[in-house]
Design a protein around this ligand. Structure first.
Ligand code: PXL
Length: 283
């Protein structure tokens, strides 16, 4: 890779156990050659699918944290935000995004799965996130988050191509420059679908349905996507890389099963991302 490492302000929680948020974002982006500067939104002993967790929300700490960064005059190549712990954090992130004019902004509206908000997620978060999406270069909701953002009923009924394109357009109408919906059920099967503003046609990466459903795969997908965009991939190449790597991690985790709450077994596969990135650098 030519030049210094690209920098990413990564605005996510730190969950000690369960492989999501910063414990996924950091290794993935590092192996893709980017320096991660975390903005921790909360510290949890484990992600919210575990019961009995210890949680410390960091909303009150973030203004001082970012004020120091402001004093340092930091400018990032990318800002990648995921799990935000309170409605006020959305305001704080919104101000930060406005200051980071030149950064690629990847916004993953991490709010829920399986048709429900994550435990502890405030009811106002969908409308807050809707406004935040206007700042995005790329938004990456799953089907639950798509329903929460748009106010549509959650449904996994297979969609036609035209319906899926209509869904992507709704996200673009919120102001995002491009949109990706993960694990969208098409009539032909599951796919990660995407569209850029001003284009009416969607692109898609199809993948086969697997029986297991692991937390943190949305974070894994969006982390690879962010790293690939920073390496200069176009959106289609980045979605392809993120889809392929996420599938590999899920397949491996099913072959050597651990309880799903502990997340996907990504560490043994990180060298593949490295080799992929190294090959690209040699090209
Ligand atoms: O992977 C999404 C995620 C991020 N952060 C926390 C979570 C979850 C999903 O459950 O609980 C704290």
């Amino acid at each position: 890779m030519r030049g210094p490492a690209k920098t990413v302000a990564a605005i996510h929680d730190l969950s000690g156990v369960g492989r999501c948020a910063l414990t996924v974002v950091t290794p993935v982006l590092s192996v893709l050659g980017a320096q991660v500067c975390p903005v921790p939104t909360a510290v949890l002993s484990a992600h919210t699918a575990f019961s009995g967790i210890a949680v410390r929300d960091l909303t009150d700490f973030l203004p001082a944290y970012l004020a120091h960064w402001r004093a340092l005059g930091l400018r990032f190549d990318a800002v990648y935000a995921g799990y935000l712990g309170s409605p006020r954090q959305v305001e704080i992130v919104s101000d930060f995004l406005k200051e980071q004019e030149a950064a690629i902004k990847v916004l993953d509206p991490v709010m829920g799965d399986d048709g429900r908000l994550y435990s502890g997620m405030a009811e106002e978060m969908p409308e807050k996130w809707r406004a935040l999406c206007a700042h995005a270069d790329v938004v990456t909701p799953n089907m639950t988050e798509y329903a929460l953002l748009t106010g549509e009923a959650y449904s996994l009924a297979p969609r036609t191509r035209a319906q899926a394109e209509g869904m992507l357009k709704k996200l673009l109408d919120m102001g995002a420059k491009s949109a990706v919906i993960t694990s969208l059920p098409l009539e032909s099967g599951l796919a990660n679908v995407y569209m850029r503003r001003g284009e009416n046609r969607m692109g898609l990466c199809a993948f086969e349905r697997l029986a297991a459903h692991y937390p943190g795969t949305g974070d894994l997908f969006a982390s690879v996507l962010t790293g690939a965009l920073l390496r200069g991939d176009a959106l289609e190449g980045a979605v392809r890389r993120a889809t392929d790597f996420t599938r590999l991690c899920v397949e491996r985790s099913m072959r050597f099963p651990t309880p799903v709450n502990y997340g996907v077994d990504l560490e043994p596969l990180l060298p593949l991302l490295w080799e992929d990135a190294a090959n690209k650098t040699r090209e």
